[in-house]
Design a protein around this ligand. Structure first.
Ligand code: CA
Length: 422
């Protein structure tokens, strides 16, 4: 579906010098999409592509004639691929567009960003099998994984209105909780605030109501991938989640990265989808040759924490964990699309599918604090001596992601950063 082509050539360089630096997040092989405007302006949001430390205003560059990201995402894959080729050609060294496009560049540092598209519906899945197992053990030591887990991609419908972009603060939620030894529930601020490291899969072209998307076409309905932190109030969650699942413990804020890395950009970073021996093979509607060959995404993700004290002392954020998406995810993005629509449910351009918490098999790859601290029983110590079981006011949490492979240029996702306020 998404093949390696001239836009992925590792020899390609851009006339935007910062894009050619080793380890750059946004080299010319990446070209992720976002919505921006000059910082402090009241103008409308514009569609841009990140290149080095700059953003290219696609409308000013004359490449598109819309400010509607969702309309652009709904385009057919061949139209999207043509747009990617056009942007790549205009930004590469020696391009005749350099003089005109230089006028369409803004420094990212002088821009503000918003959620990269209008998210109509947000569904959160639960594809991280190590996360599901560790969490399950806390609640059900004898049967950590529910019997359906290896057969059906588990998910629930989340809330789109509280999705915010990286850099925005949010208030610690208040709500109803009940300690295990308390006779009655009480009301107050969440005491067990956590993060969840997830990928955000953005839907491109939708499907009509009543018409499921088959596996062979599932990836053509995906526009790209970003990072999402599904902030979670564990004490509220523990009291409210039965029988209908999480509700107010999840919908107070979810932080996304400003950029959508396209499925095209990810073409060099794919790997096989396999099942461990003894695990059931996916049912036929969740299986395809393409998915078996290269359904997984080779993305490395990490979580960093900077407390208010660290910030005051000028200490850099401390990495809590780092892990591999392919190792963590039990289901692929294509399987989530096929499963979501199998009953005829219609997806629409800009819909967001969360992967679920992506934890690796070891503690240094945990995607949440509830796992890292064994349900809050064992605190972690930070380099400055501070301790954490759950997040405190003033804590900033940062998710980062990137793809790296021999024969390809490294591409980054940017970051999803959020700070908890009282
Ligand atoms: Ca989640």
């Amino acid at each position: 579906m998404y093949d390696i082509d001239a836009t992925h050539d590792p020899e390609l360089k851009s006339w935007v010098a910062s894009a050619n630096e080793t380890g750059a997040e946004f080299p010319i092989q990446n070209l992720p999409f976002g919505r921006f405007r000059p910082a402090g302006s009241n103008g409308g949001w514009r569609i841009g592509v990140a290149i080095g430390d700059q953003v290219l205003d696609l409308r000013v560059a004359g490449v598109i004639d819309t400010d509607d990201m969702n309309a652009l995402m709904a385009a057919k894959p061949e139209e999207r691929q043509a747009l990617r080729r056009r942007i790549s050609e205009g930004l590469r060294e020696g391009s005749g567009d350099k003089a005109a496009w230089s006028e369409a560049l803004l420094a990212q540092a002088q821009c503000e960003f918003t959620v990269p598209c209008k998210v109509g519906d947000y569904t959160d899945f639960y594809t991280g099998i190590h996360h599901a197992t560790t969490i399950g053990k806390l609640f059900r030591p004898d049967q950590p994984l529910m019997p359906n887990y290896k057969w059906v991609p588990i998910g629930y419908h989340g809330r789109a209105s509280s999705i915010v972009v990286s850099g925005q603060d949010f208030k610690r939620p208040k709500g109803q909780t009940k300690a295990p030894d308390a006779a009655e529930p009480s009301y107050g601020p969440c005491k067990r605030l956590d993060y969840e490291l997830e990928l955000a899969f953005y839907v491109g072209a939708g499907n009509a109501l009543g018409e499921p998307v088959p596996m062979a076409e599932a990836e053509s309905h995906l526009f790209g991938v970003g990072l999402i932190n599904d902030w979670s109030a564990r004490d509220i969650q523990a009291w409210e989640y039965q029988p209908l699942g999480p509700f107010l413990s999840k919908n107070f804020a979810s932080t996304v990265s400003p950029w959508i890395v396209t499925m095209e950009a990810l073409a060099p970073f794919r790997s096989a989808f396999t099942r461990a021996e003894g695990d059931p093979q996916p049912l036929p509607y969740l299986d395809s040759p393409g998915n078996r060959e290269r359904g997984q995404l080779d993305i490395t993700v990490e979580v960093l924490l900077q407390t208010a004290k660290m910030r005051e002392a000028g200490t850099a954020p401390h990495r809590l964990t780092k892990g591999s998406v392919a190792e963590a995810a039990y289901w692929t993005a294509a399987q989530l699309v096929a499963h979501h629509t199998v009953n005829g449910c219609n997806l629409q351009p800009g819909d967001l599918l969360g992967s679920g918490t992506l934890s690796g098999p070891t503690p240094d790859a945990c995607g949440s604090l509830i796992e890292l601290t064994l349900g809050g029983k064992q605190s972690i110590e930070l380099p400055n001596g501070e301790k954490r079981t759950f997040l405190e006011d003033g804590d900033t949490l940062i998710l980062r992601g990137w793809c790296e492979r021999d024969g390809a240029v490294r591409i980054g996702f940017g970051e999803a950063r959020g700070t908890v306020r009282e």
